[in-house]
Design a protein around this ligand. Sequence first.
Ligand SMILES: Cc1cc2nc3c(=O)[nH]c(=O)nc-3n(C[C@H](O)[C@H](O)[C@H](O)COP(=O)(O)OP(=O)(O)OC[C@H]3O[C@@H](n4cnc5c(N)ncnc54)[C@H](O)[C@@H]3O)c2cc1C
Length: 328
Amino acid sequence: MQPFEYVRATDVRHAVTAAATGPAAAFLAGGTTQVDLMKDGVLAPGVLIDITRLPLRGVAASGGMLRVGALTTMEELAADPVIAERLPMVRESLLLAASPQLRNMATIGGNLLQRTRCRYYRDLSCACNKRAPGAGCDALKGHHRMHAILGTSEHCIATHASDLAVALTALDAIVHVRCPDGERAVPLTGFYRMPGDTPGVENALGPGELITSVEVPLLPEGTRSGYLKVRDRASYEFALASAAVAVRVSDGVVRDARVALGGLATIPWRSRAAEDVLRGAAAGEQSYAAAADAALAGARPRPGNAFKVELGKRTIVRALSLVAGAPG
Ligand SMILES: Cc1cc2nc3c(=O)[nH]c(=O)nc-3n(C[C@H](O)[C@H](O)[C@H](O)COP(=O)(O)OP(=O)(O)OC[C@H]3O[C@@H](n4cnc5c(N)ncnc54)[C@H](O)[C@@H]3O)c2cc1C
């Protein structure tokens, strides 16, 4: 690990000011991504700003919204009674991620900003445009099994790793950010950047910007939701494909629907195309299959991950069937 300066932030302003010294600064929350990548030499910040003592922890409900402090742990959010009752897809996305030990350390802000699990990104002997812009991408001609089929470019095919971000994308959550010169709010649907020709730019945050909280709108009463994650083993594994879905069905017709996908794309992938197919359609497998076709229509698979097209479709159909068929 390269030497770095350690700063313990005393308040939010101090954290942001200290981080604004340049792109070589990074925040430390639970450390479950940041420290791993520093040990491996993938990240080498000059200054590490410990934000764990800042008052950014807790969940508060008001006016149809939940405000989740950035330092709330994954386990705390999963245990929140409003989440359990009104947003099961958020709870499921959390409890199907990592392990209890990790979830007790890992924070919501850190989860949204975790890095890809692409092995070429994490292995310094491989070329990676995300880690070293312009270096090339060994994943393109490597093993693609875990890589993306949606939102890729000729410069990067790494998947986004967060399960929670998929559920929050389906819910139109809003990220609240403290900047050196004020505050701003960024919809999660516009927060992440597809790789294009700058895979190193992953999100809308500028240098020194700190996530302070995430605002999560509750779903209307009568809406059912769930998160289905398909992976190589039943726990402690990232998604090959996942779907966060929410549907409101009455008189056998889908009145409203939300669909977001994980494990398949370079960013948490909201599928408006699938939602458009579902809205007004008869609830049932035929409509769900049509929605799944629409969601995967733009897929660009490679030989090693072509199976993900069918897997993604089946994940969507099964998620919708499970959620729409569940008792109210
Ligand atoms: C073995 C293993 C298995 C895992 N499995 C899963 C899984 O199945 N699904 C899943 O979704 N995740 C999984 N994870 C990832 C885990 O959820 C993340 O590592 C964790 O959520 C990161 O949170 P943290 O608080 O530890 O962040 P840190 O490691 O402290 O930070 C992560 C990044 O976010 C930045 N950061 C942190 N907080 C803020 C903030 N408030 N504002 C601005 N920047 C900030 C840091 O500078 C750093 O760049 C796994 C991790 C491990 C190690």
